[in-house]
Design a protein around this ligand. Structure first.
Ligand code: ZN
Length: 299
């Protein structure tokens, strides 16, 4: 995917799993974009068309947030389609129906799996099956090893590294959403807010940091919903511990703000939104710098 941005940032690291953009002078602020990849590995063997696969694609989200890497934040962006393996799910969130043979340890399918949207997608869209036959255990283990684990390991390393260095870390998990939910979503048929911020009902980020981001969007004129219909997924759950100053927030951006949802191409709103996101990042970094100024770790 060619980036539309004029910013000359090149990834510091690039692998089949992810691209990582690093700032020159890092702050303890990490953005991650698990669904903006659209690579389709050759062993995918899906029944779904590319257009159907694109429906789950958080198109251009990495590019929209990329200027953050020039504002002191790190940005980790996935390469592979979430329809192949979903990095925003627990690695054992698998429906046994998807597998041929038995998984070597206990599976824990959640409500995502029952809606066909677990680690492995069962339906591309309502009624459109992803696969003709079940996947073998080896196939799924290879997807985990090649795409899932490297992404999670790198994200965890970044968060741990900044936490050690600064005594606190802020993580923003970046997504986009259809302007209306479909039958696989909990808000099917309802128009969505411009921006949905999720902090898992207060369990993944402080109220203070959440308010900074909510107010930053509100001041720009966006209507913002907190924790509905998206509270924050697995990525905001797994590395957060607000009591220990590890904060994770999810930001869902309504696709109608920046793209033609049917054609999957950016529209005239793209550039303005990208500029607005630089303002959001600036508000986040200002908050973090003021926090660090009063809470500097004694070495
Ligand atoms: Zn997403």
């Amino acid at each position: 995917m060619t980036l539309h941005t004029t910013i000359s940032t090149a990834p510091a690291e690039s692998s089949e799993s992810y691209q990582l953009y690093l700032p020159q002078q890092p702050l303890p602020l990490v953005f991650d974009s698990p669904h903006s990849g659209m690579q389709l590995p050759t062993d995918f063997n899906t029944l779904a068309s590319v257009a159907q696969l694109q429906s789950g694609w958080d198109a251009f989200i990495d590019e929209l947030w990329l200027p953050a890497a020039e504002q002191g934040a790190s940005l980790l962006a996935a390469q592979v389609s979430r329809m192949y393996i979903d990095l925003n799910r627990a690695p054992d969130d698998i429906s046994p129906d998807m597998l041929e043979g038995s998984w070597p340890s206990a599976l824990n399918p959640t409500a995502y799996s029952s809606r066909g949207m677990g680690l492995l997608r069962q339906w591309a869209l309502p009624g459109q099956a992803m696969y003709k036959t079940a996947l073998t255990v080896t196939q799924v283990q290879q997807r985990l090893a090649r795409y899932y684990q490297p992404y999670h390991q790198r994200l965890k390393q970044l968060l741990d590294q900044y936490y050690q260095q600064f005594g606190a870390v802020w993580h923003i998990d970046c997504h986009s959403m259809k302007s209306y939910g479909n039958a696989m979503n909990i808000d099917a048929g309802t128009p969505r807010a411009d921006i949905v911020i999720g902090n898992r009902d207060g369990q993944s980020a402080s109220a203070e940091f959440t308010a900074v981001i909510v107010e930053a969007f509100s001041q720009l004129g966006y209507n913002v919903s907190l924790n509905y219909p998206y509270k924050g997924g697995y990525l905001t759950q797994c590395y957060a511990n607000p009591a220990q100053q590890r904060h994770s927030l999810q930001i869902e951006i309504n696709r109608k703000l920046y793209m033609d949802e049917a054609a999957f191409s950016p529209h005239q709103g793209f550039t303005e939104l990208q500029q607005h996101l630089q303002h959001i990042t600036a508000q986040a970094t200002a908050y973090i710098q003021s926090y660090l100024a009063v809470n500097t770790k004694d070495e």
